[in-house]
Ligand binder design. Sequence first.
Ligand SMILES: [Zn+2]
Length: 125
Amino acid sequence: MPDCKYFEELCSASLDGELTRAEKRELDKHLAECPACAAWLEDLKLMRTAWGDIKAPLPEELHEKIMEHIIDAMPAPTPPRKRTLPVFTIIPRLLPACCWRYLARLGIYLAGWKSASLRLLATLL
Ligand SMILES: [Zn+2]
């Protein structure tokens, strides 16, 4: 059994003319048994009548003014980022890291492998 929230939505749909015959029968049956939903439907009818009375024509320039505010509030488009190939960014960073071992070995070789600590260091590199 649907609750009153369901029938409140049916009341609104009923005023909009959106109910099927089965839904209309279901709503009418519930309204006959439920004074709260019947009152809800009457309130809705009153609100729609009152709303219809206060409707005023919108100024013609309203749409344009709203669109101008929206466009002004939008951030300027950012130009697309210029992309570089990873080769040109990664290789210059990795090259010194790769070369230091060979430069260190060359230094040890040129020093003549005289020191035991240098020989140990060369084996570690
Ligand atoms: Zn109800």
